[in-house]
Design a protein. Sequence first.
Length: 282
Amino acid sequence: MYLREYDFECAVSMAKDGKERGDHEHLARALTMLQDYRHALGQLKPGDRMEFGSYFVANDIKPIKLLLRVPIVWLVLENDRTDGSLLLLSERSLDWEFYGDMGACSWEASYLRKWLNGACLDDWFAQEERILMSRTVCRPEKNQISDVSDEETTEDWLFLLSFSEVLQYFGGKGPGKAWKNVRRFLFERYTDHYPVSHRDAVGVIPFVQPSYQDKRAMEISYEAKEWWLRTPGVDKEYRMVVCADGSVDVQGMKVGCDEVGVRPALRLRPDALEQIKSAFVI
């Protein structure tokens, strides 16, 4: 299933126009369209895609280079039947950015968190779209090989997935089994002088492979590059990344690297459409 941004934009535009002109019939059609949109959101399932928000991309048309505003396409990771919320991940990397300043850097203090929940939030989403979004609690996650973890829990509109979430939503058998496999590898490799220091050992384990790969979902956009996770790597100067083949680099890349893709996640609340509809009642 593919849900277009136009369906929502058209309904909101019609509702605004109907209210401004006092046209009850026009407004009634718009409110019906919004109700249909809410129903469509409820029908989405993991693997479906939808457009939500928009951003500028460079379109190389020689001899002129244009910046075009295009819809952001999101991959549905979860339709929570308990509260009806949707967890979305951008289908492609929306930009390439560094995670934070060189040195130790937590998710809470990172440049990426500030950028996503500041400039990106304001630029990518219209006022009505912001109403549909809800904050997500992002809890710190320990890298169980390097024994490194952030300390702060944050609440964010836009955020990066963690290692556990990648394994959960892309068909892995869960982080517990993944870490167990890594430890087994380390034990077999260093059997003569085990245990070795986590910092030394983690360098020889570049990838933790999920048991199943959704190639379309895991691939980076445009170019075969990595994309950031918020889970620490070998130490707090590194963050885990997902590689172009879908594997996870548990050692991670330096937070100052600006050649890593950004695939933000967000959570939508379809029930917030009632708030939007009520604003147009005359």
